[in-house]
Design a protein around this ligand. Sequence first.
Ligand SMILES: Cc1ncc(COP(=O)(O)O)c(C=O)c1O
Length: 438
Amino acid sequence: MASSSNSYVNGNRNCHGDNPQVKRAKWVVPSSQMAKNTHNPIRQIVDNMKIEPNPEKKMIALSIGDPTVFGNLEPPREIEEAVIDCIHTRKYNGYAPSIGYETARAAIAKYYTSPEAPLEAKDVIFGSGCSGALDLCISVLANPGQNILVPRPGFSLYKTLAESIGVEIRHYNLLPERCWEIDLENLQSLVDENTAAVVVNNPSNPCGSVFTKEHIQDILRVAERLRLPIVADEIYADMVFSGHSFHFMASLTTEVPILSCGGLAKRYIVPGWRVGWVLIHDRHGAFEAEVRNGLLRLSQRILGPNTLIQAAIPRILEETPQSFYQDTMALVQRNAELFFNGVSKIPGLSPIMPCGAMYMMVGIDIDKFPEFSSDVEFTQRLVSEQSVFCLPASCFQYPNFFRVVLTLPAEMVSEACERIQEFCSQHYMVGSSANGAF
Ligand SMILES: Cc1ncc(COP(=O)(O)O)c(C=O)c1O
């Protein structure tokens, strides 16, 4: 060790490490291009914001998409016991296969199979959370220099993952006036010979929208015509409000090859457990020659979820009572209605009622708030005056909106609405008599 570091510094010995041409002038070690290309838009925006809550008001953080943060939602007892039992067996302390335990994959396949979109254990590959599953999908489908289509507004991880490996992202628009459906004209205009895949997120983060069967069929028609494989981010599968139905994309096509990504994080209130999966739907063998094997190879870079949780998956799926899912979504829906009713009365704000997931987007008529030039400034001042932190939707490439999470206790929703109302009444068209507002 000592001799190699000496030779490095002193140079001129006749071996590779001492070649003066490769010798660094000083101890500045560059990072890889991949590291330089990796950006998290949320962190970039939020870390540059001054988030200094008003010390006189208790903070209400409506910004974090983690259903555990308020402490009011807990995972079902049954799944905790399943994991504890797995620990006690001492059978799951070793390495699992890179794609996951066969029993866990079979359990996922059994749970999600349907006559329209049949699945077997071989069609399931585990990853570290749904993020890990998305990473596998983007990495297996796209080469550097190619592009993938992603929604705007949309979950920013797609950009982070793609750009870090030199894959370009192209944003297709979602239409707020049509419950955030995809603008399919716009999507098609982005496709070229280098388009490797389209990412569809349903139900949506940040919109809370849930696509109708008809809209999914329209998307599939476009994908089929253009021969575009789909990465379906379905982490919020089945998390819909009463009166709405969720449809897996793969259940509505026999033609388009689909990699559906999911996980335990949101539905079971355990994002820290890091369990995600890719479901391979490939009725005509489009993924057979390369993609299946590619996913297997990529899974071998880093093993997926913790073995104890993997081992507990059959029981997690079987023993979680139906009422658990229903109660969670009933709470989210109640909060959505409360928040929507509270905020839609506030001049300058336009909430868009969600149909599922756990978020709502609220439009800011920014011209009516002349002190603020953007959603970032608006939300920053809202924290410093009212200690309510909403995520500026610039984080989702969608300025002049903010996103709120809806998993909080109901009394906090009312309090948040009152404070947002007070804030808006103090800043709405300040100094202007136009319309006589306030
Ligand atoms: C749309 C969407 N996809 C994927 C993920 C990542 O899920 P996980 O925590 O399982 O990695 C999230 C997390 O918030 C999400 O909102």
